[in-house]
Ligand binder design. Sequence first.
Ligand code: PMP
Length: 445
Amino acid sequence: MTHLLHRSINTQLPVAVGGKGAYVMDQSGKAYLDASGGAAVSCLGHGHPDVLSALHAQLDKLAYAHTGFFTTDVAEELADRLIADAPAGLDHVYLVSGGSEAVEAALKMARQYFVEVGKPQRRHVIARRQSYHGNTLGALAAGGNEWRRSQFSPLLIETHHIAPCFAYREQREDETLEDYGQRAAEELETKILELGPDDVMAFVAEPVVGATAGAVPPAPGYFKKIREICDRYGVLLILDEVMCGMGRTGTLHACEQDGISPDLLTIAKGLGGGYQPIGATLMSTGIFEAFKTGSGFFQHGHTYMGHPMAAAAGLAVQNIIRRDDLLQNVFAMGELLAERLTERFGQNPHVGDIRGRGLFRGIELVQNRETKTPFDPALKLHARIKREAMSQGLMVYPMGGTIDGRVGDHVLIAPPFIISPEEVEIICDRLGAAVETSLASLTET
Ligand code: PMP
């Protein structure tokens, strides 16, 4: 009997006892190639000696200091590091403990900004259907994923949703990818006009969609148009790069590849690489100035924000990524992974789409490739693939066709930035076998 909730609900979980490089080891000595970085977290893999020594050094100095009493060198240095490489116009950092907290902070920053500048009627949040922005009530309300929201809907603030930018499922045959991107972005303008432009506070979106759809990149030009629309109506743009940010797509921030900067940017997972829980919200000069000349502070706070151990992990991970030029490897190994996935799955009649950027790749499984019809969610194909992959010693991140019935089962692949070409081959071999065995098992039941 276990008293640990996540174990009592999933009694099959192996016990992780160690980790080295791209591998996690369980109690029986079995090694799992971590091809998903947990949930796109472990960007440096496990047991990185330089992160461990930075953490030991910080622990010897000071484990905790409340931000109401002190600042710390390590948190200051991390903030400087993040702003030095931030998208243009972002110049202050709010350090929290994870992705949901970062999104909550961004939403409250947007709201406080409009109160400070004398526009308190601006309160509507627009986001996209199927999206996930975290599980706390504010972040959950922003998200448009019905499967995650439905039980809690009476508790959620009202938000408004437009279609995601999802070419595989939404692009029409008679339009180019670029035209589709413009059409998808124009939905934002329509929604702003419907709600009343003076009442809209923010638009929230994930540049490359991770957990809910499996590494879906935007159509070229989509985010440029979104930025333009937000500017036209004075709506703040919040980009959620909790999963796709901090190097995962081959550039430090995913939005760099779309040529835009947000007003608020949320980052988390790869920021500390899993060595400590950490997230951050980056804000624009304009928002900071409004706070400074208004209340003088941000009306928010958590006991563990700016935690020195978390900041030490974030700083070490970010310094190593730069020192070892790891974004180069993300790009090169990402291209190799895409090539191998196409070789392995390109002809599979049940793989409808292979997509992504950098070391953030996904495959979507469909019952019928012509009609793109997903498998019956009751078959739980994604869960079968996860089980098979784990038995082969491979961690990937599959999600079900539960996303509003609009996405097929899919598998997210997000290995550490230190991955080698040999490990890319192992990922594709083991994933190939897991997918084939899982598909075969559907006809046995
Ligand atoms: N936003 C996005 C885009 C995410 O993928 C996630 C986590 N999967 C979150 C927010 C929430 O982050 P956390 O689980 O650290 O609270």
